[in-house]
Design a protein around this ligand. Structure first.
Ligand SMILES: [Zn+2]
Length: 54
C-alpha cells in the first residue's frame, strides 16, 4: 500500500498516511502540505510526492 511519512521530506512532523488509492493519498497529502506546511510552490510539492513509498 502506498504510504507517505511527512518526516521523509525533512520536516519535523509525525504526519503519516497510507492509502491504496493514489488519488486519495495525494489529496490527503495536498491538504496536509498546504494547511500545515504552507506548501504552495510546485518544487516543494514535488518533494512531498517523491517521499511516497510503495
Ligand atoms: Zn507534515
Amino acid at each position: 500500500m502506498p504510504k507517505f511519512k511527512c518526516k521523509d521530506t525533512g520536516m519535523k512532523c509525525n504526519f503519516e498516511v497510507k492509502d491504496d488509492n493514489q488519488e486519495e493519498l495525494l489529496t490527503i497529502m495536498n491538504i496536509h502540505a498546504e494547511k500545515t506546511h504552507n506548501v504552495k510552490e510546485p518544487t516543494m510539492w514535488e518533494k512531498f510526492k517523491t517521499a511516497i513509498k510503495k
